[in-house]
Design a protein around this ligand. Sequence first.
Ligand code: HEM
Length: 505
Amino acid sequence: MATGMPECSPALLLAAGLAVLAIGSYLAAIVVGRGAARYPPVAGTVFHQVYHLRRLHDYYTDLFREHATFRLLAPGRRQIYTSDTAVVEHILRTNFANYGKGASHYDKTSDLFGDGIFTADGDKWRQQRKIASYDFSTRALRDFSGGVFNRDAAKLAHIVSGNAAAKQPMDFQELLMKATMDSIFTIAVGVDLDTLSGSDEGSRFAAALDDASEFTLLRFVNAFWKVSRFLNVGAEAALRRRIEVVDEFMYKRIRARADEISDGQVSKDDLLSRFIQASTRDAGEVDYKHLRDMILNIVMAGKDTTAGALAWFLYMMCKHPEVQERISEEAADAGEATSSIDDFSRSLTDEALNKMHYLHAALTETLRLYPSLPLDNKECFSDDVLPNGLSVGKGDIVFYAPYAMGRMERLWGEDAIAFRPERWLDERGEFLPESPFKFTAFQAGPRICLGKEFAYREMKIFAAVLLRFFVLALHDKDASVNYRTMITLYIDQGLHLTATARGIV
Ligand code: HEM
């Protein structure tokens, strides 16, 4: 219907609204800047972020070359960005109690993640961290997970082998997403989803979970998501349906396992069985919602992060064939001399993996340049002064940037952007770790990634099996490979490679 008013698109209205807010924030910043507190310098605005969206992490990297800590003007709370290792240490460790996920983050994520370790702060977080840390450190879980990684690496290699014989290119990122999902779900729940082979039920659950996390992410850019949730329309309606699929699947598994355990049936080594046994022992009954939240958070934490890291690692192997060769030789020396994929994968014990220093270095070098979580943040709970003398106010968000930090010459030297695994090795060729406040791919401090050791074992087993049996190359050598701007650093459009079987003697 014609109204006589010029037509105005929602995007235009949004842009106009943001402009007013940004100008308001700018003026407020000038006024506040006259007070005692000295806030980080303003290096850009929310419009620059939108303008540079496709190369957002490189935009931040450029800004960090000018200022180790800066601010971007955005509507609402202050956004502070840092690549300063002292500031990172301050927010992640020294003043840990004053920085956390915050209420707004919980509000947006708790429909899907519940009160799990990813969303919780304070005592709720501490209690889960304690339980999960204990289980993650047990020999039984290590052995169980090692067997699962051996199984799934071999399964993946058989699929690659079939396509290699047919000279068929493959999207390795997609294959790795499925393989890591199968692995983490088996470790967490004791059930093989078998998405690698395309099982219907497993794939439906995995797709619902992926969609649900993407719809959850939309809440961070849609100021009206609560209205949509109330009206049950659009992405919010889709999110609700996906969560129903996830919950139905999860509760079915949890109930079945609890029944098996109460009937005195087989004791299993997966996390769910361990949590059920512990909760019936301590509380006398099973809290299904609590178990669902704990398990789902661990599954989410462990799947795409590891798949993304492995995909970028394989990309680096294609760009650096000499490194690929060296790792193939190191893997052959560490594992059993056999032409059987299954036997070789099984031979990759902890002892064999510990010998692979060069592979460890190459994976770490990949994560330095392509961290699975390129940007992370904490909410400030009360006014604070950072080690660089700059102020942070209650409610401000402090971002630290693993992607940009990995590329800073002042942190890594003139060759910071070069892929050079050797930088992680000492003169004896042994892996030399760096400060976690400088190499921040796994976060640092009390909330450092709980699955770091698991992730390295998984990545090493998958990488060793693939590179032992195949030579990998980019299907289209001239195609540009970029990231897609999301929470996790995915390769946009996938990683399409060809594999050629290696002659095994
Ligand atoms: C290369 C692979 C991985 C990377 C780069 C990675 C990185 C991270 C990062 C950056 C965080 C902090 C996120 C935040 O701000 O809350 C984190 C937390 C966590 N990760 Fe990982 N992760 C990886 C694999 C895994 C795996 C395989 C598991 C499980 C087996 C796991 C379990 C967790 C858990 C439970 C947390 C929450 C810790 C807490 O809040 O106390 N991660 N990870």
